[in-house]
Design a protein. Sequence first.
Length: 494
Amino acid sequence: MLETVGDVAQRFRLRVPTGPTGLDRPIRWTHISELPDPTPWLRGGELLLTLGLQIDRQAPREAFTAYTGRLVEAGVAALGFGVGVRHTSVPEALVTGAAEHGLAVLEIPAGVPFQDITYQLNGDLLRTGAAESRLIAEGVSSMTKVARSAGTEGIVATLAARIDSWAVLMDRHGKTHAAVGAARVHLDDARAAALGQRSRIRHPGLTVYGVGDPVRPRAHLVVAPRPDRISVTRELAQHAALLLDLALNPLSGGDTWGLARADAVDALMSGDQGLVQRVSARWNLLAGNVAVALLRSRSRAVPLDENVLEWCAELDLPPLVSSESSLVTVILPEDELGRWSARVCEAVEREGVPARCGVGTAQPPSASLLSRRQAEQALEVAVADARPVVEFAELPTQRLILQHLDPAARTALTSPLRPLLENDSTRILLRSLRVFLSENNNWEAASSQLGIHRHTLRQRMGRVEELTGLSVGVTEDRVIAWLALQALQADPTP
């Protein structure tokens, strides 16, 4: 374990004119310099020793403040100031400037040679470094072993125990996967650190390590390092992040796995009974029907296939995912459709994932191609209506029929209402007819929805009959009028 500034002061019985400030900082090495600015030769964590040969006691206070400020910015652990050669005591302005920056100053009397401090302290640091290397090796071995049996929670728990502190694993949206030790008390701080909301962090010194892609990590590992274990914590946390990446998505590496998934999806939709049966058995799909979901991203910058794989992992679904061009295909067990739709809606509405999803009806695995065709139609509706998820089973049948009619057929369907369009510029009659038919010819319900008296509604329907030649009292005429209204909705400019 690294010695702190306070440990060195106590060992060599040094006076600390700056008081208790900065005494808990660990010392990583010692360095001697009489330069006005030694920072280019420092790496951070040093006990900097100086006799102050270049320091003028009569210099303005700002000069001392600037000097100590440079040392703090370079990460110096403490300043050891030798007295009895150039200065009889540590300059008061230097003490004040150091205290302002939280830097401890140790007064080293003439009877304590710098060589004694550097020889003893650096020797101890070398031995400490070897001990740290051993701790790191043991910690990595422990985390690797526990990853095989306890997964992400085991890795995070072992890391927290090895650094003697707390750790949190969160996904890229701030949802907690694992929290160990005092982490449960500091979840808000950990989430703010993971999401880059530094102004909201109350717990100082938190460190965040990305899990997975460094540009777009799939998760964040947040740790609270102890001041005397910063280097050990850093090394162990980096190894933990690598293990967590494998644990969260063990088969994510390389194109081979992506090709295997795509081949499995293609095989299930091939219609070949023998091939479908073998693939279904390998992917544990023999228990029931499956449905195909198609997703399209509204932004090319979003890797939608990665999101889909994460959702499959969260829901513990087989990752039967294939990505081609701008479409992502997913094959889902029938009993998981509800959870799948809810997860996609949450991703779109709360997490801001720019996606649309269409879901076909559940079919036997050998009929997956039919479900895919249905998913295509549902996806078209989802895109047109700006809805996160649309299921084929919920689509009105006549809407699907109308969407596949050619313009001439659609014009023929709308022709009975053309006189109404030409003589009803305000569309009051058209809306009244739609409400009346949708309420199954119920005069009271329709007039109430329109906010008019039923006699007014009867007058309007009489005008509709006069213009169109249709009778709202005849079933066949009502069907003609309803289909014409649906065709108008599909194409408002016939």
